[in-house]
Ligand binder design. Structure first.
Ligand SMILES: *Cc1c(COP(=O)(O)O)cnc(C)c1O
Length: 396
């Protein structure tokens, strides 16, 4: 006998065809295009997250992450979540209420670190630099001396400004002032020289969708022994269950205790992305990113465009170009997207409306992409110079 039933509402029932997204070329601040074989890996049939085959794959992903980060850290694993989840994991695991955390802010992602540390009730202090500059060793040392923090947090590759923070010596200073070094490597991992152990970095995180040529969804995370000691000495539990590394390590370590269902297909993709980097060789990958970025910089300058960051601080993965006087920057990027299927980013925060952000990350760091974009800028940008009637007339 049928019991109570209710009429099914069709109010939210959409009638859709299968998904049909265009093939865009993603030359913005991320996500970047995934490598074709990574996409193949993602579409394989899932296997169980405790299947011995999957457990073997987890070990391979961890080992290859150690390679791309140049670290021996035991606690190296991909968090289930994007880069921000891995970022929050570093803060959630390390910060105890009242701990002094010094954040070196020179762009948007420094501000995010500051926000997160405050939410975990750190005593947050900041050092600030204008957006487009980097910190000197002297400035870092002065900050450590003044604030005596337990953790110094800094962004290696600031995607909002296109600045690469020089890292030589910062780790030594942190040891000297007995503080942990927390480094955002979201836009540098797998693309820009990065030596976690030589730089004495205690905590680092990244993402899957920028230098690693994988879609968004995983956040690589690494923690050294000094950070592990602080974790083990906590007086209370890590206040975030999902990101608690001591729990996660019972799954990623040898115990294989269920914590959450691993996004197995994302990890298939991550394995393939890291395998490709190992096959090419890390130094070759870094050199390719630098070569293509230099080609872009030279081409932009040839077109009379101004780069926001001085050459010695420029990030190969992300270039900030000043939007020329009289150009509607947003209209031009919409034109690139709608007419040519190319995504270029706009400015964030203090640089909103002032710069375009051009990404050359992972699989997208290729000569043909640089040349395609430069040609479009040369041929189609003049029409967007609203205050330069001569240039507009020439195009018309
Ligand atoms: C993209 C980015 C993040 C955030 O990563 P999501 O994957 O977007 O969560 C953090 N820091 C930097 C420097 C980034 O560029």
């Amino acid at each position: 006998m049928a019991s109570t039933s209710y009429p099914v509402s069709d109010r939210h029932r959409l009638s859709l065809g299968p998904i049909a997204t265009p093939d865009r070329l993603l030359l913005g601040p991320g996500p970047s295009n995934a490598h074709p074989t990574v996409l193949q890996a993602l579409s394989r049939t899932p296997i169980g997250h405790l299947d011995p085959l999957y457990v073997a794959l987890m070990g391979e992903v961890q080992e290859l992450l150690r390679y791309v980060w140049q670290t021996d850290n035991r606690l190296t694993l991909p968090m289930s979540g994007t880069g921000s989840a891995a970022m929050e994991a570093t803060i959630a695991n390390m910060v105890e209420p009242g701990d002094t955390v010094l954040v070196a802010v020179k762009g948007y992602f420094g501000l995010r670190l500051q926000d997160m540390a405050g939410r975990y009730r750190a005593d947050v202090r900041t050092l600030e630099k204008p957006w487009g500059e980097a910190f000197s060793l002297e400035e870092i040392e002065a900050g450590l001396k003044q604030h005596r923090p337990k953790i110094l947090a800094i962004v290696h590759a600031e995607t909002s400004t296109g600045v690469c923070q020089p890292m030589e010596g910062i780790g030594d200073l942190c040891r000297q002032y007995d503080c942990l070094l927390l480094l955002d490597t979201v836009t540098s991992l797998g693309a820009v020289p990065l030596y976690l152990d030589d730089w004495k970095v205690d905590l680092a995180y990244s993402c899957s969708q920028k230098g690693l040529s994988c879609p968004p969804g995983l956040g690589p995370f690494s923690m050294g022994l000094r950070a592990e000691e602080k974790l083990n000495a906590r007086s209370g539990k890590v206040p975030n269950w999902y990101l608690d590394v001591s729990l996660l390590n019972q799954y990623w370590g040898s115990d294989r205790v269920y914590h959450h269902t691993a996004p197995v297909n994302m990890n298939f993709g991550m394995r393939e992305a890291l395998r490709l980097i190992a096959e090419e060789g890390l130094e070759n990958v870094w050199a390719r990113h630098r070569r293509n970025a230099e080609r872009l910089w030279a081409g932009l300058e040839r077109l009379g465009l101004e780069l926001h960051v001085p050459a010695h601080l420029r990030l190969p993965t992300l270039t900030t170009v000043r939007i020329p006087e009289g150009v509607d920057g947003k209209a031009f990027t919409l034109h690139l997207l709608n007419q040519h299927g190319i995504e270029v980013g706009g400015g964030l925060g203090a640089l909103a409306g002032k710069v375009w952000r051009i990404g050359l990350m992972g699989y997208n760091s290729r000569e043909e992409n640089v040349d395609r974009l430069l040609n479009l800028l040369e041929q189609e940008l003049p029409a967007f110079r609203v205050t330069a009637p001569a240039a507009a007339a020439a195009v018309a």
